[in-house]
Design a protein around this ligand. Structure first.
Ligand code: NAG
Ligand code: NAG
Ligand code: NAG
Ligand code: NAG
Ligand code: NAG
Ligand code: NAG
Ligand code: NAG
Ligand code: NAG
Ligand code: NAG
Ligand code: NAG
Length: 662
């Protein structure tokens, strides 16, 4: 008789303890949007806390403990639209769990070891569109209750043990747009399997990480896909043969570092002639016998991605690739730009050769046949050139965007981009460059809007460096230095009359002349963070209104009261991480700050540094009373009284002494 009692008692203790834990944790659901969006993740909850309002629409409830879901679990939250139950140790989903949730659109059951889902467990929602069953231990598609899935658009089934994609006959697939089978055990695709998907249109189908070993001939016949992903398939010939007569917008055939796949041969791509594809990604593959005939069946392609294909050249004599609009050749081993045989791709609009693993020589006119090119990315490619860039970029008269960031030193001629008068965006960040002539390298770039010159070690004393940029809106000068840490009255920014965004963070600035930005009347965003500026540099902005001003992490102690007008004109100000003075010398600013808190961002980190007693206190919490305090008045009165007393006594003493000596 004793033992059961004892265990009952223990149980009661445990229960009351867990109850306590739960009620105390209840309070911690975070509200992201009042009455509608809540996050209750990882709170050890075993049910919906009472504190959640009935009107909750978006609920993140992952990492709690809900071994069974039933019609009472969420019955109160009838307005749910989105419900995330990731890793809640759910085993059972009972009948009519969501019967009252007519608005429910998305259910996430990722990472739950599901044992059973009742046939009616997903009934209720009028339009359930997204269902996540990733890592739920599913091995057979029969497991998914199909009664109420007529409107399903995406079904995520990654990381399960599924070996066949054959849906049950009554499974409603007609509205599916995304079907994701990543990392399952699917090795064979039969015509019958794919037949169930016949009613879908524009489907994105993902077999990434399955290693498909066989596809029945004709399985994909006259099927149309938005995208197909066969990443990580070891024998790509299987795929390229198997997709005969299909039509695919985007085909992903890349590989991964860790897979030990076979080299591709040109013959494998013959399959491409038998299907219609717009875009192919062959990332991290290696074509062992690459030649111009490799590309025989690529003629209809509009996009080709050959990232990390160990390419040191593309063969010349590739014919017929006139449809290609975008070519990605990142992370290869070209020595010289001409080795990409650009002339084979005359319609190219977008070319990317970034992260080349060797020093890339730009050569002479290597891209001159690409007269339509609009975008060129040559970043991170160890490019070095002493006389840039007109012979290198010859004939690129339609280029709008050029990225030369993270390269070796470049010597820029005056009018270095004369060949590309249409440039709108130029990125030279982290590339040290120097001018070779007396004039601005950018002179003819009349429509350039965005220029990134961050960390270029610019010669900022050259006042003509940026002349000609009449339409420049966005200039990034982060990490450059100015003589004596000061931007003077005459400076290289003066001609940039259209400038709206100016970034001067981390420039080691100590001061800015009051008139330095006088000609920049259109500024709307000024970032001066991470410098050593004092409060008086704010004077340089007195002619501006409604701007975003970032002066975080400077050396501002005191803001003189005559500058408060300038600050009050602006829309958002960031003064965080400054060593602000919270003494009476700064009282005007502090008072004004507290009245205008809504203007400031980062007020959590806007703190006092002085006096030591207030160090680390948020400026918004400081209470200063300057002027004379009651205590002060008391002492003053006592002091005056004592003096008066002393005077009376000394007069008395003096008179007595005088009389005694008469
Ligand atoms: C949230 O609900 C409460 C009570 O129904 C209501 O007073 C409040 O205005 C609501 N707040 C919002 C932002 O809808
Ligand atoms: C849940 O189901 C049981 C039996 O199926 C039923 O008696 C009960 O009314 C249901 N509860 C709710 C809240 O619908
Ligand atoms: C929330 O819903 C429950 C059950 O539907 C109901 O009993 C309760 O009164 C509702 N609460 C509010 C504040 O409306
Ligand atoms: C197909 O889907 C893609 C995105 O998944 C969409 O951009 C495209 O417009 C759709 N095409 C058609 C014909 O519905
Ligand atoms: C592809 O289509 C052609 C013509 O419609 C047909 O003759 C051929 O058998 C089809 N191939 C496969 C594998 O379905
Ligand atoms: C790849 O698959 C094709 C058939 O599609 C087969 O002929 C070839 O032998 C396979 N290659 C290897 C290395 O298994
Ligand atoms: C330069 O581009 C023009 C068209 O803008 C084209 O006709 C010409 O062939 C190109 N020049 C060279 C040398 O390719
Ligand atoms: C230029 O390339 C660098 C590095 O690849 C990248 O971080 C940057 O965003 C690119 N610039 C633009 C304007 O896209
Ligand atoms: C340069 O600045 C532009 C515009 O702010 C930005 O898009 C680009 O990513 C920056 N480049 C680098 C390398 O950070
Ligand atoms: C204030 O500026 C600093 C430095 O740029 C930045 O790290 C911080 O995020 C900004 N604060 C807010 C709230 O945006």
């Amino acid at each position: 008789m004793m033992a059961p009692h004892a265990s009952c008692f223990l149980l009661a203790v445990v229960f009351s303890m867990s109850c306590k834990a739960i009620t105390s944790l209840n309070q911690m659901c975070t509200e992201k949007e009042a009455n509608s969006t809540y996050n209750c993740e990882n709170l050890g909850l075993t049910g919906v806390p009472d504190t959640l309002p009935n009107t909750t629409e978006f609920l993140e409830f992952g990492f709690n403990f809900l071994p069974t879901l039933e019609n009472t679990t969420f019955s109160r939250l009838v307005d749910l639209i989105f419900l995330d139950l990731t890793r809640c140790q759910i085993n059972w989903v009972h009948e009519d769990t969501f019967q009252n949730h007519h608005q429910l659109n998305t259910i996430v059951l990722t990472g739950n070891p599901l044992i059973f889902m009742a046939e009616t467990s997903l009934n209720g929602p009028m339009s359930l569109q997204h269902l996540f069953l990733i890592q739920t231990g599913i091995s057979n598609l029969e497991f998914i209750p199909s009664q109420n899935l007529e409107n399903l658009e995406s079904l995520y089934l990654g990381s399960n043990h599924i070996s066949s994609i054959k849906f049950p006959e009554n499974f409603p697939t007609q509205n599916l747009k995304v079907l994701d089978f990543q990392n399952n055990a699917i090795h064979y695709l039969s015509s019958e399997d794919l037949h169930a998907l016949e009613k879908t249109t524009n489907l994105s189908l993902n077999f990434n990480g399955n290693d498909i070993k066989g596809i029945e001939a004709g399985a994909f016949h006259s099927k149309i896909f938005q995208s197909l992903n066969f990443g990580g398939t070891l024998n790509l010939s299987v795929v390229l043969k198997g997709l005969q007569n299909s039509s695919i917008q985007s085909l992903w055939l890349g590989s991964y570092e860790d897979t030990d796949d076979q080299d591709l041969t040109s013959a494998m791509f013959d399959g491409l002639c038998e299907m219609s594809v717009e875009s192919i990604n062959l990332q991290k593959q290696y074509i062992s016998d690459i030649s111009s005939t490799t590309f025989r069946c690529f003629t209809q392609l509009q996009e080709l991605d050959l990232t990390a294909n160990h390419l040191n050249e593309l063969p010349s004599g590739i014919k017929g690739m006139k449809a290609l609009k975008k070519l990605v050749l990142n992370v290869n081993i070209f020595d010289q730009l001409c080795q990409i045989s650009a002339a084979s791709f005359p319609s190219l609009l977008d070319l990317s050769i970034k992260g080349n693993k060797k020093k890339l020589d730009l050569g002479v006119g290597c891209l001159e046949k690409l007269e339509n090119l609009q975008k060129l990315d040559l970043s991170h490619s160890d490019i070095e050139a002493s006389d840039c860039c007109n012979i290198q970029l010859k004939n690129l008269s339609h280029l709008q965007y050029l990225n030369l960031s993270y390269n070796e030193p470049l010597g820029l001629q005056s009018q270095a981009f004369k060949e590309c008068p249409q440039l709108e965006g130029l990125d030279l960040a982290f590339t040290r460059w120097y001018v070779k002539g007396p004039q601005s390298p950018f002179q003819n770039l009349h429509i350039l809007q965005v220029l990134n010159l961050s960390h270029c070690l610019l010669d900022t004393s050259n006042q003509h460096l940026l002349t000609g940029l009449v339409d420049l809106r966005h200039l990034n000068l982060q990490g450059n230095h100015f003589q004596d840490g000061s931007i003077s009255k005459t400076n290289l920014l003066q001609t940039l009359r259209s400038l709206e965004i100016l970034i001067l963070s981390s420039c080691d600035l100590l001061s800015i002349d009051k008139q330095a930005f006088q000609s920049l009347g259109k500024l709307s965003h000024v970032d001066l963070s991470y410098n050593n500026l004092m409060g008086n540099s704010i004077d340089a902005l007195s002619h501006l209104q409604g701007i975003y001003l970032n002066m975080a992490a400077n050396n501002i102690h005191v803001i003189p009261s005559h500058l408060l007008l300038t600050l009050s004109q602006q829309s958002t100000i960031n003064l965080s991480h400054n060593p602000l003075d919270c003494t009476c010398s700064n009282i005007h600013f502090i008072t004004w700050y507290k009245e205008n808190l809504q203007k400031f961002e980062g007020s959590e980190d806007t703190k006092c540094a002085n006096p030591p007693s207030l160090k680390g206190v948020k400026l918004s919490d400081v209470k200063l009373s300057c002027g004379i305090t009651a205590m002060g008045i008391f002492f003053l009165v006592v002091f005056l009284f004592l003096i008066a007393l002393l005077l009376i006594f000394s007069v008395k003493f003096l008179l007595r002494w005088k009389y005694q000596h008469i």
